[in-house]
Structure formats: structure tokens, C-alpha cells
Design a protein around this ligand. Sequence first.
Ligand code: CO
Length: 386
Amino acid sequence: MTLDHIGIAIRPEHAALYKRLLSSTPYKAETVEREGVRTLFFGDGGLEGVAPKLELLEATRDASPVATFLDKRGPGVHHLAFEVPDLEAEMERVRDLGIRLLADAPKPGADGKQIVFLHPKDTAGVLIELVQSVRKAPEWVEISTPGGLLAVQVSGPADAPPLLVLHGALGSTELETDRLIRVWEKTFRVYGLDFSGHGRSADLEIETPGWQTYVDDAITACDELGLEAASVFGFSMGAAVGLGLACQRPDLVGRLASHGANVQWTDLEVEAMVGPMLALEDETSFWARRLEDVHGSGWRRLVESTVAFTRALPNAHLSDDELSQIECPVLISHGDSDRFFNVEHALTLRRSIPDSRLWVIPGLDHPIQGVEVEAFASAVGAFLAG
Ligand code: CO
């Protein structure tokens, strides 16, 4: 959670005081009629562009929540607002902590946000607001390839530096990386690639995909989208693809963040990955139904081809020598409770790649759904920004 703004209840005559005090004018005034409040926003973002704002609150009618607050306590600090990437998920987490919410569902608030307030009796007397910026739906770009269309989710400011995001095997951008992209798209132009046979690229015809199939997908996407020296984030298979891309096309990768990667698979590790895939033959299981949602009717073919792909991995590894050729800065992150890949693999990458650093995350298992979105995406984003 990041402090987004501090709300201060004022009487109308105090607006002028804040203008003089801050020697600034509000960048926005907005009335939220449903709540009986007029808001004035101050703040220039500070040196880093992310400093919290001030939200002055004036009552527009008697008996509105702010009018009641002013009657009881007079002008002063009214609430603290924290920005969260996924408001509904955060509401559930807060409920699990035994903290009451003042509404059952997010409501539209000022400044184009979705908001909810927590009960101040459960938060040491301080009224806390959780806010989530309303997101503009990302665009999808389709790239023609001989096998069909390769789909890329594009979001963030057009003039921001490019970030290519690569999901894991049997995953997709929507399923795995989109929650992180919501943070990164504030400062990057983000390209979330769906690999051949996966997600929105599910109709693409692939025989038995090999390691190079997915590296080629990434190369095609970069070449067609005109990406050069991009930042790249990859998870699991996507991370291994990112490392392969950095070896084969160093011109395309400016900085690389690799999470949950392994590029030197043993037969034992391969069987541990294949086991759950074979279990998907039970079509009624949660994961089988989820895969059908994500990859469409061809999901069985994808599972079969991924089993074959996975079994061939021990022949396709990147050697220490190849890794030592990677020139760009690389952040290697890894959960120390990863059920598939022992943290030793991350150490191997750290030792082999010259300009690399290692981040071991305590208690984290393999699935990327387990990361703390805000903290993880911010740390990785700061590394990729250089
Ligand atoms: Co507020």
C-alpha cells in the first residue's frame, strides 16, 4: 500500500488559507454529490512524481458525512488514503484481518478512483480509505505469423520506455502477469506477449513446440513492434525465454528481470512439472476448467504439447558459458519455497551472469500469483527503470 493522499475536512473559508500556505492552487476541484462533498486537490507529485496529495473536503449540504465530521470534531485531518492495485482483493484481505469496511463494494470516489473506507473503530481511530485508479482497458495488438496471429496486450503511455512481459508455461498475460502490469503501466509502455498456443494466441498452430518456438515468439514481437533495448520481465518459462533472448539477441534486451527461472532442468524436475499436467486429464478439476477459460477449446492440445515440450527441456538448457555471455544487467528473483525449482538454480544464474543481482523472497512458492503485487512490482520496476 502506498500513501496516496491525506484528506482534511475544512470550512469554506479555509481553502484560501491552504492556497497561501502551500503557495499553490488546487490542480483539481471536484464535487461528489452523492457524498455531499466538494474536494480540492493539491500536490505536484514532488521530486519523484509520486508524493502524496492533499484532499481538502468541504461539505456541500448539512448532514453529509463531512458536515457531520465538522460538527463533531471541527476542521482537521479527516482520513488517510492508500492506493492499492486490486481493491476487491485488498478488501478481502482486510476483512480477513477482522477490520470492518464501511461498504460491501467499491464506490466511485473523487479523482477518478474506486474507493472504500475502513471502520475507524477497527483502525485505531483513524479513518482509512483504500483507493484504486480506474484502469483504461488495455489494447490488444495481433501480429501475423506463418502459423497464425500472435497476440500482445499493450498498455501505458505511448512515449514511456518499453517493457516486454513474458508469462509462464500454460499461463497467459491475463492469468499471470496482468496484476503486475497494472503497476508497471504507470511508468512503462508495457507489452504483454501471449506465447504461441497460449491465451489470446491460442489459435496459433504449433506442432510440438520447442524451446526456440517461444524465444522466436519474443523475437517476432520485438521486431514487429519495433522494440529495441527494451526492459524485459519473464516468469518461469517466460524468464527462461528472456534469458535465451538476451543470449541470442542482445540488441533487444536493455535490462532483464527473471523470476522463478531455471534453464538447466534435471529429469527429476521435469517429472515434477509434468505430474500436475497429466492430472489435468480430469476435465472437471478446477485447473482444467480454468485452462479452458484461458486458452479456449484447444486447451487439451496445449497441455499435451507442453508435456512434450517439458520432457525435452533437459536437452535444451542454457550452459553456464552461454549465460556468461549475457551483457545486460539482470535481476534474478526466486522464492525460497519454490516447489519446482530449488533456489540453487537462482544462485547458478547469479554466478554465471556477469552483471546480475539476486533477490531471494522468503516463503514464496513457484506460482506468481503468490507475490505481493505492489511490493514486488515496485522493486522489479525500479530495477528495470535503471
Ligand atoms: Co480521499
